[in-house]
Every structure is written in C-alpha cells, then in structure tokens.
Design a protein around this ligand. Structure first.
Ligand SMILES: [Zn+2]
Length: 358
C-alpha cells in the first residue's frame, strides 16, 4: 500500500543518495503525520442514524488505519529510544576501565576522557581506539608543510608518543603554509617550535624532538623506537632512506608529497603484503623534473589537505577504523578540486622489499 511505500521510498533514497540525516527524518515524520491525517475519521463518514456506532477509519488511498499508523509511530519511537540508550551504554562501557586493550597503557585521567569524548563517541574508535592512540609511538619525519598539520592533529588526537625529526630552523618563507610555527619563533629549530605548539595543544602527550637530519647512520635506531612512521619531507634521498629503513624494520610508512597544486598520499606496509614506496616509485626522478617547494612554489592550504589525510590515515591505522590507503594511492589536484584513488601493487622485483616475505 501507498502508506508503507512512502517510507520505503524515503529510506531507499536516503540510503542511495546520501541524503542528510535531518532531512530524511523530517520527511519520515511528515509522511507519518500525513498518513494519520489522511486516514483520520471524518464527520461525513459517520453512518446515517447517529454516533452510537463505532466510528470507522476514513477510507483513503494511502491505506491503513490511523490507529495502526499511531501504533507504528509509537513502536518506532520505542525502538529508537532503546537503540539510543544502548549506544550510550556502549560508549560509556568503551570509555570505562574494563577494556582489554592495550596492555600497560596508563588509565585516562578525567580531563583526558573529556578531551577525547568526540573520539570515544565514534563507534569505529571508542574507548579501545583511544587507548590504542595513547599507547602508540609515531615518528614524523619533517616539521615543515606536511609535518605541521600532521603533528598538530596527531597531538590533538592523543597519540601517546610523537617523535619529530628535522634539521631546519623556522624561516619567514615557511609561515605561509607551515602553520605549526609562528612569527616569533623564526630562527628556532623547527622541532622545538613544533614541540611548543603540540604541548600547548595537548599537555597529555609526550613529544620527542630530534633536531638533526635523518641519515643512514641514525635512521635504523630511531625508527626501531616507533610503531608507525609518517614522512612529509620534500627531498627524495630522505624519502627513499625512510622507506628502506621502514621496510627493514617492518614498520608501516605513511608517505605524503606535494608539488605546487597537487599532492599524494599512501600507506606502505609491505610486512602486510602491500607495496613499499620503491615498488610504486622505483626510480628517483631527476631533480629538475620535480622541483622543490622553494623552487616551484606551493599553494598554502595544500599541505593542510594532504597532511590532514596523512594524520587521518595514521588514526585509522592505529585504531583499525575503516579502510586505509594501503595498496592505494590518493592523488589530489587542488587546482581543479579533483581527487583520484588508484590501486598500487607490490613489485616482486622491488630492490627494497622484493625479497621479503609478505
Ligand atoms: Zn617495494
């Protein structure tokens, strides 16, 4: 009948057309009211000869009976209220102390529970996910354009230990896009400037600044101390070094890169069978083909977009939420506001990870 078909149409459309939640709920409630009004008994329907007889429902094309529609509405309200209560109980339980994960994590303080409440509400993160964030050590290579949003969001998200390595100092030309630094901190090593901003945002995390360049000599020891590495450097030697080190240590790598208006991100985790950076980019491009930001320029918010995706991938990888960019490369063209995601595969003859068991 038409009455029920209306609900099916509204919810079907909501499912396939990404209709906002408020809109399909409004439509649902309006349709329900219409059904009751249309089926409500009318005086003209009262049988001749008085009102002693029972008033029957007004025959309507929508079908059904007002008592039926009222009962349906009541039932739906009860089910929704029950679901809401269940969600609340679950969120509370998730934030509680009974979680089995992870081992050895110190319990959250009251102020932390409050701080991470919006994460804990998310079904995909919840209390266990927030605990994993706190128990995870992430190394960020580079405190520049990509490093700025990455470090701020990882700090805000409550990643327990964040290492940051960079040998540069803050310069005037950085501030157009490297929003973790400030005008007052020009001349300060970037890692210390970043540390100040991260600690100001979240005093509940540990920041480990390494004011030096990542080299063959120090990379292995450094990466061994971390569970996940995010690379936002803009020189290819460091990029390949980070990849080699991560592959050797079995540590996943989230790698982001920028040129002028375009950026790309992927998650390389060959220990889980995916490709490594060198599988996708086997040959280092000639320097003149991929000019640095200093030479070619870069649009100010682009590092924010790409760095934001990198931080998001880190949060997803740590908490196990959704599907990461492992085996996929996301390319964003800011000039035309276009984003593509392409599949990337492991190469068996990869010089870096080819010989390893996936
Ligand atoms: Zn590889």
């Amino acid at each position: 009948m038409i009455g029920l078909l209306g609900f099916v149409a509204i919810w079907g459309a909501a499912r396939f057309l990404a209709v906002p939640r408020w809109l399909y709920w409004t439509l649902t409630i309006q349709w329900w009211i219409i059904l009751i009004v249309m089926t409500w008994p009318r005086w003209s329907d009262v049988p001749e000869g008085g009102t002693t007889e029972k008033l029957t429902a007004h025959p309507s094309i929508v079908g059904g009976d007002p008592r039926g529609w009222l009962a349906l509405g009541f039932l739906a309200a009860v089910v929704l209220a029950y679901r809401k209560a269940l969600q609340r109980v679950r969120a509370k339980a998730a934030a509680g102390l009974a979680d089995p994960v992870p081992q050895g994590t110190p319990a959250f303080r009251e102020a932390e529970l409050d701080r991470y409440a919006r994460h804990i509400l998310l079904r995909e993160i919840g209390g266990p996910g927030q605990k994993r964030l706190k128990a995870t050590r992430v190394l960020v290579v580079g405190a520049g354009g990509l490093g700025s949003p990455v470090l701020l969001y990882l700090a805000g998200a409550g990643v327990g230990i964040i290492g940051v390595i960079d040998a540069d100092v803050v310069e005037n030309t950085n501030l157009q896009r490297q929003v973790i630094h400030t005008d007052q901190r020009i001349g300060m090593p970037k890692v210390f400037s970043a540390e100040i901003a991260m600690r100001a945002l979240n005093p509940f995390i540990e920041v480990r600044p390494y004011n030096r360049a990542l080299t063959e000599a120090n990379a292995a020891d450094l990466v061994a101390d971390y569970d996940l590495v995010l690379d936002g450097t803009d020189d290819f030697d460091t990029r390949y070094l980070v990849n080699r080190t991560c592959v050797a240590a079995g540590v996943p790598l989230i790698s982001g890169a920028l040129t002028q208006w375009e950026g790309q991100v992927s998650l390389f985790d060959p220990a889980k069978g995916g490709p490594c950076y060198a599988c996708v980019f086997p040959v280092k491009p000639a320097a003149e083909l991929v000019p640095s930001c200093a030479v070619a320029g870069v649009a100010a918010p682009l590092p924010g977009i790409i760095g934001g995706v990198m931080a998001m991938e880190a949060v997803k990888w740590i908490t196990g939420a959704g599907q990461t960019l492992a085996g996929r490369l996301m390319i964003h063209d800011a000039l035309y506001a276009e984003t593509r995601v392409i599949g990337v595969k492991r190469r068996q003859d990869c010089a870096v990870c080819g010989g390893r068991q996936g």
